[in-house]
Structure formats: C-alpha cells, structure tokens
Design a protein around this ligand. Structure first.
Ligand SMILES: [Zn+2]
Length: 90
C-alpha cells in the first residue's frame, strides 16, 4: 500500500468535506499524552484507504478518516482526541 507521510495540513480537503469549519486550525488534545496543538501541526498519513492524523508528540492516532469509493459515506474515528476546539472565522 502506498502511504505518504505529510504534515496535518494535508487533511484540509477531506476534513472540509465533513466539517464546515477550517479543521486544520482546530486545536486538539491527545488522549494518550495530553499534548495540544492545531490539527495542521500534527502528522498526516495519507493513503488510498484513508487518512490518519497522528500526534506529533507521541504518534497516537488522533483522527482516522475513510471515504467509501462510491461516494457519500465517511467513517470518522476521533477516539484519539480529548477534544477538538473549533473557532468560527467570520
Ligand atoms: Zn500524544
């Protein structure tokens, strides 16, 4: 499987399909180590089966996103984050 390791800003497109907020600037806290930071500052692993955002401090899987090929259905696993703090940009 071809997987590319990028910074968290690589998740902007797929997360924008689900959330209406700019998600790469959302602050997150890691369930495993407690580190906080923007989604865009974490590590993103992108492959044809989905995207995994991993904590830049401890490598815990924060966010997993998979999209069904025939469209319209997403799986979103947020169990690696304590919270996502979103800010509305007006
Ligand atoms: Zn962590």
């Amino acid at each position: 499987m071809d997987e590319r390791r990028l910074d968290g800003n690589a998740t902007a497109g797929v997360l924008a399909e689900i959330f209406t907020f700019e998600m790469t600037t959302a602050r997150t806290a890691c369930v495993h180590c407690g580190a906080t930071g923007e989604v865009g500052a974490q590590m993103a692993y992108v492959s044809e089966i989905g995207t995994v955002v991993r904590c830049a401090s401890c490598n815990n899987a924060l966010i997993r996103v998979a999209r069904q090929d025939d469209g319209g259905r997403y799986w979103l696993d947020l169990r690696g984050v304590k919270y996502l703090q979103l800010e509305e940009h007006l």
